[in-house]
Design a protein around this ligand. Structure first.
Ligand SMILES: NC(=O)c1ccc[n+]([C@@H]2O[C@H](COP(=O)([O-])OP(=O)(O)OC[C@H]3O[C@@H](n4cnc5c(N)ncnc54)[C@H](OP(=O)(O)O)[C@@H]3O)[C@@H](O)[C@H]2O)c1
Length: 284
């Protein structure tokens, strides 16, 4: 059975949990938003020790090990008893990519902040490596030790996936992807589908705005949204999901209204003509 069976098509990314403008003061709000998400059926949370992160006034706070979002998840889930897949990512550090011998401590930090004995899914979130074998090998050992249940890869190309698969099974790939954004990943998405690997797109809403957040503006997306009586965010998510049953969305939001809207995107039906028009939006 594939890893994503039973995982809702639209999950939740915690990068924007404190809003897109900055600040980690609204912990109570974050916990209640996460609880609301789980109440609405979200059973896939995508997180990292360095979330939230955002671009604010040109200052991009990035990769500091805050544990903030992970602790909010711990608090939000502790009384619920609901089964929720929690996926974290390790690799990026303020000074660059972590060394292989630093990865175990990062996974242990995640476990502590999340209050778990095992992380359901850990992505190696790489940058700049030609070979990920050494880093991924360490995560495979942590999986063998029982600290990690499943392994994923983020920010990778097809050759990285092949390198990892020589070492241990990969259940999910997380790369940037959306309407008119990151279409360089089209072949990788197809290949993941053929191999039973989940593809988890990030920046599916923000697109080329990336860290700045918001929903990327597009005339064609707006036209289809108007015709569907939907929002541009919903059309973007629906198109992303149309790429295959193995695609799991993880939109990030700090808003209850946006959360509900994003979850409803799962039920929007795009016609073949809509999909063709969205396919044709030039990619960055
Ligand atoms: N592996 C990686 O390298 C990597 C990189 C980036 C992100 N990620 C993961 O992917 C997730 C998604 O990326 P993201 O959160 O950066 O970007 P995103 O989901 O593409 O877009 C989030 C932005 O859109 C806004 N938004 C969300 N829903 C909306 C709606 N229905 N209507 C209007 N605006 C809406 C949010 O602001 P509001 O708060 O106002 O809703 C936020 O500014 C992250 O949370 C994180 O888990 C992974």
């Amino acid at each position: 059975m594939e890893f994503w069976q039973g995982v809702r098509r639209v999950g939740f990314g915690t990068k924007r949990l404190a809003g897109s403008g900055g600040g980690t003061e609204s912990r109570t709000k974050a916990v209640s938003l996460l609880r609301r998400a789980v109440d609405l059926g979200v059973n896939h949370l995508d997180t990292a020790a360095f979330y939230p992160s955002f671009a604010s006034g040109g200052n991009h706070r990035s990769f500091e090990s805050l544990g903030w979002a992970n602790e909010a998840i711990r608090e939000a889930l502790s009384p619920s008893g609901k089964e929720v897949l929690v996926a974290t990512k390790v690799g990026p550090q303020p000074g660059g990519l972590a060394r292989p011998d630093e990865l175990q401590a990062l996974v242990e930090q995640d476990l502590q902040a999340l209050g778990r004995d095992v992380v359901d899914l850990v992505y190696l979130r790489q940058t700049g490596l030609e070979s990920i074998a050494e880093h991924f090998g360490v995560l495979a050992q942590l999986r063998d030790k029982g600290l990690i249940r499943e392994l994923g890869l983020s920010n990778v190309r097809a050759e990285h996936l092949e390198q990892a698969q020589q070492i241990a099974p990969v259940v999910a790939v997380q790369n940037r992807y959306g309407v008119g954004f990151g279409r360089v990943n089209d072949d990788l998405i197809r290949s993941c589908g053929e191999q039973g690997i989940a593809f988890v797109p990030f920046f599916a809403l923000a697109g080329a705005s990336r860290e700045a957040g918001g929903v990327a503006a597009s005339e064609i997306v707006q036209q289809i949204a108007d015709a569907q009586q939907a929002t541009p965010a919903q059309v973007r998510l629906a198109w992303t999901l149309s790429r295959g049953d193995h695609v799991l969305a993880i939109p990030g939001t700090s808003s209850v209204q946006h959360l509900s809207e994003n979850l409803a995107a799962e039920f929007i039906h795009l016609s073949p003509a809509d999909i063709a028009a969205l396919d044709a939006v030039p990619s960055d």
